[in-house]
Design a protein around this ligand. Structure first.
Ligand code: SIN
Length: 476
């Protein structure tokens, strides 16, 4: 077990502080400790990022890209070490952790190049003797608050564009899984980033976030997490009109229509629903299947789910790891109990597994569910797939949109006109059409309604870290 440190102004610090333990959710064992930092450490990290901003932003995009490319290569070279650590600290099956390291690296590679394409504009003038231009400037010091469920990819999806645009960064990783983020900082150090360009603080979320929100040097917050916390950040950002990018909760509907290829749908739902034990913001949370294929879908899906192996993610053959903690497990149990009490039928699974100190839940399929059940109203964040029968495409759309969330939705139909018509009516920022795995570095990821503000990834992902400066030039 290692005692990890914070990274501020190019130094590893925090040895003198109390520590927080990071535990393995597969067995309750201690994986490492991190310093329990607070206001003072956040302030130092912000000051370091502030001093580093001027010289970093003055580098050319091509020079910044060289640092990012070195970091990208180091991520790939250290895939196995990062993946093992990720699985230990948050439980994801090892093959998924390896996939996440590649996914994380892809953001760095993509944004290293995209930084070279932050173009300004020349606008035709309305009077002679003037030139009207728009220049693009990095927004300033960025605070990136990252979640436990994708400890590498959510960090690089924020840091890649921020650094490429010329911003400097203070990262606050989740206290559930900060170790992967710390390893990524070690790799930044190896990549040679100048002191203060990348900083990381661990410890009390409340104290660190308070300093981030109150410190005028921080110009932008980028956050992935719950809608509840997102709303607090919106309120706290008001005083200083800080820029915000928020990737918040989802409650993804997945619609299987009568003309779907059921085998394709089953394969895609397996990928979407059970990735990271159902602990992703975009995983299918409620499944609506049209009556003509309902029985066939339930049978084939349940057969596939029964083959999933649950266990400690370090075992290469495991498909479903633990939930992140006991609170996560309790929530899943509560949702299942509620559905069963209200008439849902468990087709497979339905029970917690808490042997060996781990917090696991059986991969579960529940049919005959309806909108009165909590799992059809709230994100479950666990390996539970509720299936509701619908009679028509209109009913499916109405139910799908009946939520304050709007992150991701999925539609399965082989009919192009029907698919187009359905998607046009879905109020979701991301739609998978016959596809359960829509994420990629080059596409805009983010939600409508209460699922967030802004987009990460793609060219919109870098826009979030630049400001337009309109310049009117008198030429006479
Ligand atoms: C998330 O769950 O927030 C991220 C999932 C992804 O990037 O695919």
């Amino acid at each position: 077990m290692n005692n990890y440190l914070m990274h501020i102004h190019g130094e590893w610090v925090g040895e003198e502080l109390d520590t927080l333990s990071v535990t393995n959710p597969a067995n309750g064992g201690q994986v490492g400790t991190v310093p329990n930092g607070g206001k003072a450490e956040a302030e130092k990290a912000i000051a370091a990022a502030h001093v580093a901003f001027e010289p970093w932003s003055r580098l050319t995009a091509y020079e910044r890209a060289e640092y990012l490319k070195r970091w990208h290569q180091l991520l790939l070279d250290n895939e196995e070490e990062l993946a093992q650590l990720m699985t230990l600290e948050m439980g994801k099956p090892i093959h998924e952790s390896r996939g996440e390291v590649k996914y994380a690296a892809s953001f760095i590679e993509w944004f290293a190049e995209e930084g070279k394409r932050i173009y300004g504009e020349t606008i035709p003038t309305h009077v002679s003797g003037k030139r009207l231009q728009v220049w693009k400037k990095p927004v300033g010091v960025v605070a990136a608050i990252t979640p436990w469920n994708f400890p590498a990819a959510m960090l690089t999806r924020k840091m890649g564009p921020a650094l490429a645009a010329g911003c400097t960064v203070v990262v606050k990783p989740s206290s559930e899984s900060p170790l992967t983020a710390i390893k990524l900082m070690e790799l930044c150090e190896k990549a040679g980033f100048p002191k203060g360009v990348v900083n990381l603080v661990t410890g009390s979320s409340t104290k660190i976030a308070k300093e981030i929100m109150e410190n005028e040097k921080v110009r932008k917050i980028t956050f992935t997490g719950s809608t509840e916390v997102g709303k607090i950040l919106i309120r706290q950002s008001a005083d200083q009109v800080k820029r915000l990018s928020l990737e918040l909760g989802g409650h993804a509907p997945l619609i299987v229509l009568d003309d779907a290829n059921v085998d394709v749908a089953v394969k895609a739902v397996m990928a979407s629903k059970f990735r990271n034990a159902g602990q992703t913001c975009i995983c299918a949370n409620r499944i609506y299947v049209q009556s003509g294929v309902y029985d066939q879908f339930v049978k084939k899906f349940a057969n596939a789910v029964e083959k999933l192996k649950v266990g400690n993610g370090v075992d290469e053959s495991v498909d479903i790891g633990p939930l992140i903690n006991k609170a996560g497990l309790d929530k899943v149990e509560r949702h299942v109990r509620d559905a069963v009490t209200k008439g849902g039928t468990v087709v497979t699974g339905g029970k917690p597994i808490t042997n060996d100190g781990g917090v696991f839940f059986q991969p579960t399929v529940i049919k005959d569910v309806d909108q009165t059940m909590v799992m059809m109203q709230e994100e479950t964040f666990g390996p539970v797939a509720p299936i509701q029968k619908v009679e028509s495409e209109e009913e499916a759309i109405k139910l799908a949109n009946d939520t304050p969330y709007g992150l991701a939705a999925y539609v399965f139909t082989e009919n192009v006109a029907r698919g187009t018509r359905v998607i046009e009516q879905l109020q979701y920022g991301i739609v998978g059409w016959n596809d359960g795995a829509p994420s990629a570095a080059q596409v805009p990821f983010g939600g409508m309604k209460q699922s967030g503000i802004g987009r990460e990834g793609g060219h919109e992902g870098i826009d979030a870290f630049v400001e337009s400066q309109y310049v009117s030039i008198g030429m006479e």
